[in-house]
Design a protein around this ligand. Structure first.
Ligand code: SF4
Length: 324
């Protein structure tokens, strides 16, 4: 079996909650609570869940933008958690991020050319000024913009164009893995499909591997090879995309899926409305984190015993006492 490009083992990230006049730690936010998965080169893993479920924190820990509390992150056979700063800098070339908010993630005082060219300078990827400018033009054209855009500023562009600039910036260092952190959530619905299509074309052209983070299942449906559903810091179900959309096992996945519109008006799907909000990750519920909202919970089993992620069929894993 070939080694996966990325292997995440039991990743944990807690954030301190400080209080009192001495600003001591008074609590912890359990943002990521033992996440494990593998990703093969060329795959797209959709990482889905409600806001605060830990999906963005997972993505940022993988890129080492946030220090994990514990766990292992293996990239091309090396545990990145153990790398020193110079090795980490080299790793930045292989792993990039596209941010959610194309308005906030581009420096308004820099021209588009300078934004895209920054990484070329940092990683010394252009020997001459001409080479530097040619590469920026090439990147702009790759994402559907033009050489004429190079000397303009981010505020002169639409949301979709700004996200294209963010994509060009990520591509500048020829990465292998890109974490797409809700890259279309801030865009109009009409523009979302264009950006997703562009990401798919680029994946084919440059053999990219994606982790595509989204808060609903409809966005990741067509781009994902596999989908992982997260709830309160844990993966509750992970499966090949077709399998997850046609045979969801976890009650939380079922609820998320019931909100995905079906293009065929003759097919009716009953919307499953979950009661209550996602509980606080400072004091997550005992046992199965989902038991306070689960329509099929069995007490006391679900409130006392943590369900393990177990394989139901080939590549389809679910964490539920009653399913799988
Ligand atoms: Fe629901 Fe229990 Fe399954 Fe959790 S373990 S999803 S509470 S049935």
């Amino acid at each position: 079996m070939t080694e996966p490009l990325l292997r995440v083992n039991n990743l944990v990230k807690n954030f301190s909650v400080k209080g009192g006049i001495l600003s001591r730690e008074v609590d912890k936010v359990h943002a990521v609570d033992g996440v494990s998965f593998e990703l093969a080169a060329g795959e797209t893993l959709g990482l889905v869940g409600e806001s605060g479920c830990g999906k963005s924190t997972t993505g940022r820990c993988i890129l080492r933008l946030i220090e994990p509390t514990s766990g292992e992150i293996w990239f091309e056979g090396r545990n990145t958690v153990e790398l020193g700063s110079s090795e980490l800098r080299a790793l930045c070339r292989d792993m990039q991020i596209i941010f959610q908010d194309p308005y906030a993630s581009l420096n308004p005082r820099m021209t588009v050319g300078a934004i895209i060219g920054e990484a070329l300078t940092i990683h010394k990827l252009a020997k001459t000024r001409a080479e530097y400018e040619d590469r920026i033009v090439e990147l702009l054209e790759t994402v559907g913009l033009t050489a004429g855009h190079m000397r303009r500023y981010p505020h002169e562009f639409s949301g979709g164009q700004r996200q294209r600039i963010g994509i060009a910036r990520a591509l500048a260092v020829s990465p292998k893995l890109i974490v797409c952190d809700e890259p279309v959530s801030a865009l109009d619905v009409s523009i979302q499909a264009q950006v997703v299509n562009l990401l798919q074309d680029l994946q084919e052209k440059f053999s990219l591997t994606y982790i595509f983070i989204a808060h609903d299942l409809s966005v990741v449906q067509h781009i994902s090879t596999r989908v992982a559903v997260m709830y309160l810091g844990r993966i509750v179900e992970i499966a090949p995309a077709d399998e997850l959309y046609t045979r969801p096992l976890h009650p939380y996945t079922e609820a998320l899926l019931s909100a995905v519109p079906i293009p065929d008006p003759t097919v009716k799907r009953q919307r499953i409305m979950l009661k209550g909000d996602v509980p606080s990750p400072i004091r997550p519920p005992t046992g199965c984190h989902f038991h306070t909202r689960c329509p099929i919970r069995q007490l006391p089993l679900c409130s006392t015993e943590k369900p393990q992620l177990k394989q139901s069929s080939d590549g389809h894993w679910v964490s539920c006492h009653l399913r799988g």
